[in-house]
Write a protein that binds this ligand. Structure first.
Ligand code: HEC
Length: 165
């Protein structure tokens, strides 16, 4: 009996300690979000931008970067080209910062049409704290994101250019 209880305790401990290492598609998005080699900042600038008044992201500062595949859709000044359609494998990460310019959260878009969690345009939507805590699972297919990101001026769902032209 004692052994069984021990087993359960151990299992509980393992489950608990794994909480911040998201699994499955969220784990994939988390790794992709932390990776930044070869990424290009929007407008080629790593400056902290004050969030726009249209932002659904509740942090005062942000910076957005594009992996090399996504960066093919930026012009020489680092702005998203009009009518851009991001290719498969594109990763766009918006880093969200608190008022002390400390990184708090990743909002991430990943073009992967063959994922079971991709939306109709092939994007997978991730929303994960810096420490790995999932804020909104990518399994929900951007349920709380797509409405706002479909507004006029979006380019393949991207809003940076509409708000930071
Ligand atoms: C109420 C509107 C709104 C909602 C809801 C929203 N966003 Fe955004 N998002 C914006 C705006 C506006 C920007 C432009 C930068 C800024 O001001 O935050 C943006 C920028 C982004 C970017 C940078 C790429 C780009 O050009 O758009 C990503 C990635 C992103 N959001 C992901 C998400 C995810 C993931 C969700 C859902 C969990 C979400 N957004 C929900 C308004 C919204």
């Amino acid at each position: 009996m004692r052994k069984v209880v021990c087993c359960f305790l151990l299992l509980g401990l393992v489950t608990f300690s794994c909480k911040k290492n998201p699994k499955g598609i969220d784990g994939e998005l988390y790794s992709l979000s932390k990776e930044n080699s070869g990424h290009i900042w929007y407008k080629n600038s790593e400056a902290f931008l004050e969030k726009s008044n249209g932002s659904g992201h509740n942090f005062p500062f942000l910076r957005t970067r594009f992996n090399p595949v996504a960066a093919t859709q930026l012009d020489a000044s680092g702005k998203i080209i009009d009518n851009a359609v991001f290719p498969e494998g594109s990763v766009v990460v918006k880093e969200l910062y608190n008022s002390s310019n400390e990184l708090e959260r990743y909002a991430t878009l990943y073009k992967k049409s063959d994922s079971e969690f991709a939306d109709a345009n092939g994007w997978v939507w991730g929303y994960i704290e810096k420490n790995g805590k999932v804020v909104e699972s990518a399994e929900l297919k951007g349920a709380s994101c797509i409405g706002c990101h479909s507004q006029g001026g979006n380019i393949d769902y991207m809003l940076m250019k509409a708000y930071f032209p």
